[in-house]
Design a protein around this ligand. Structure first.
Ligand SMILES: Cc1cc2nc3c(=O)[nH]c(=O)nc-3n(C[C@H](O)[C@H](O)[C@H](O)COP(=O)(O)OP(=O)(O)OC[C@H]3O[C@@H](n4cnc5c(N)ncnc54)[C@H](O)[C@@H]3O)c2cc1C
Length: 476
């Protein structure tokens, strides 16, 4: 009997359990762009660029094995059952998703298929473990990372990745899908091509992902522990967009890291488990993208301010490490993790802007924008999430810059107007004597902004807001 494979966040053919389960007989491979179901969590702008190219790569990979990718746009609740009926499929295979909107949609598709005697079969595809299977000794979900990670390591090694099917047999009777361009993922002019630098940094698709993984395992993994916090070097894997779209499975990454020498509770594998943890949290707290996990923060006295938010988004806060990160994000669609934390902290603490605003900007501009990781990380930065850094710990953006970008390579690359400043003043140009500024060709307030707020003042404001929140909670 024919089967339908519904690709969602596993745009690959190797180690794809949904595809493997269907590949024994005739099949129809389908991708549905369903913006209405995702609502405000429809792919952001940068993700759409990636998705376009990733689907193109998947189309080519499937075609090389004899199958087409049927593309559709609209409600998957209607399209999937209709296509399953058109080819007479008994089963629809897909990878399990954790986003609340996707879970609701899967439930609806399941019911619609069942009503016609068909089945929706969900596989463990995007994660190492199903979030609902991992429980504490008391049978509850985890809310702290370290015991969660310990429990996952104790489960032993994940199963080895599945090979890509050699040949695929198309199901007869499949209707024509849309051409990729009809999905409209890449905005047409007059929208400016803000993504024009992306191809210099990234190759979406399974082959690009495998290439990047091999490069990382060879070059950066051995020194990952020492270099992962230095944004000026390629010290991390850069695999996040590939993982986000499932061009690689976490099992493949895990086993490649082991083969390249990652032993025991290796630092890199622990990062892979942060991703698992974020999805575990989202599964059990579907309100995480909107609401603080720590309820007390719901009444935090934010001070929304459009001008401050704009300065942060554009990389014009006057703090070089933050501005470098925000500009890297815009031009590359990605930001180094350490700088995400520093930039996020400035927004929510010094500037008192709601973390949801930061998360929304990241959602639109990150190629790796992932609902679970983005919401969990923003809540972590804001101090209101699971296992978060306490709110009263306020990063000093100057000291952070000096510590992690000591030689200034990162700031000089992304904030070139400061490139000629000596290291001593690079992270605090406002302290440079006039003659030093002049020699470096910098006029503060003209070429580069003065800080939007002084660190001491920002820190005091953040702590006062936190004290007010606690005072209100105690009085209640
Ligand atoms: C405010 C903020 C927002 C973030 N938003 C996202 C997001 O939308 N999508 C996203 O994938 N990551 C997000 N992260 C986590 C992290 O910054 C990125 O995963 C990482 O920078 C990706 O680069 P890499 O692939 O080189 O990471 P590596 O250091 O090579 O890590 C390997 C993989 O582990 C996973 N990972 C690493 N750190 C984390 C983490 N803290 N949480 C969850 N997974 C992690 C990623 O899949 C990553 O590709 C966010 C972090 C912060 C502080």
């Amino acid at each position: 009997m024919p089967r339908l494979v519904w690709f969602r966040q596993d745009l690959r053919i190797a180690d794809n359990p949904a595809l493997a389960a269907a590949a024994e007989g005739p099949l129809l491979c389908v991708y549905v762009l369903d913006d209405a179901a995702a609502g405000r969590w429809a792919h952001g702008g940068a993700q759409r660029w990636w998705l376009h190219h990733s689907l193109a790569a998947l189309e080519r990979a499937l075609a090389a094995r004899g199958a087409a990718l049927h593309l559709a746009r609209g409600s998957a609740r209607e399209i999937i059952p209709r296509l399953a009926a058109a080819i007479g499929a008994g089963e629809v295979h897909a990878g399990r998703l954790t986003e609340p909107w996707a879970r609701a949609r899967d439930e609806a598709v399941h019911r619609a298929l069942e009503a016609e005697g068909r089945r929706l079969v969900l596989h463990t595809s995007s994660l190492l473990h199903e979030p609902h299977r991992i429980r504490t000794g008391q049978g509850r979900p985890y809310s702290v990372y370290t015991p969660f990670a310990r429990a996952l390591f104790a489960l032993g090694e994940p199963p080895p990745p599945l090979p890509a099917p050699a040949r695929l047999l198309p199901a007869p009777g499949a209707p024509e899908g849309l051409p990729l361009a009809a999905l409209g993922l890449i905005p047409a002019p007059p929208i400016p091509e803000w993504w024009r630098e992306f191809p210099a940094h990234w190759t979406p698709g399974e082959a690009g992902a495998a290439e990047r993984l091999a490069r990382f395992a060879r070059a950066a993994l051995p020194a990952y522990g020492a270099r992962r916090n230095t944004p000026g070097v390629e010290g991390t894997s850069g695999l996040s967009p590939h993982l986000r779209f499932g061009e690689l499975s976490p099992r493949q990454v895990w086993h490649a890291a082991r083969a390249a020498g990652a032993r025991g509770e290796d630092a890199f594998l622990k990062e892979i488990l942060w991703r698992e943890f974020a999805h575990h949290l989202l599964w059990h707290r579907p309100d995480m993208p909107e609401q603080p996990l720590q309820q007390g923060f719901a009444r935090f006295p934010w001070r929304p301010d459009a001008a401050l938010l704009r300065a942060w988004r554009r990389g014009r806060t006057g703090y070089p490490i933050v501005d470098a990160g925000m500009r890297q994000l815009w031009r590359m669609g990605w930001m180094h993790n350490r700088v995400r934390m520093i930039a996020g902290s400035l927004l929510v603490k010094h500037l008192l802007q709601p973390w949801q605003e930061g998360a929304a900007w990241f959602w639109d501009t990150l190629l790796d924008g992932d609902l679970a990781s983005n919401s969990a990380s923003w809540q972590w930065v804001a101090g209101c999430g699971a296992d978060a850094a306490p709110y009263f710990r306020v990063f000093n953006p100057v000291l952070q810059g000096e510590k992690f970008d000591t030689d200034g390579a990162y700031v000089r690359r992304w904030v070139p107007e400061l490139a000629r400043l000596p290291d001593r003043f690079l992270h605090k140009p406002w302290e440079a004597p006039e003659a030093v500024l002049r020699a470096a060709g910098v006029a503060l307030g003209r070429d580069y902004p003065r800080p939007v707020i002084q660190h001491g003042e920002g820190r005091a404001r953040a702590l006062a807001a936190y004290a007010a929140l606690r005072g209100a909670a105690e009085a209640a």
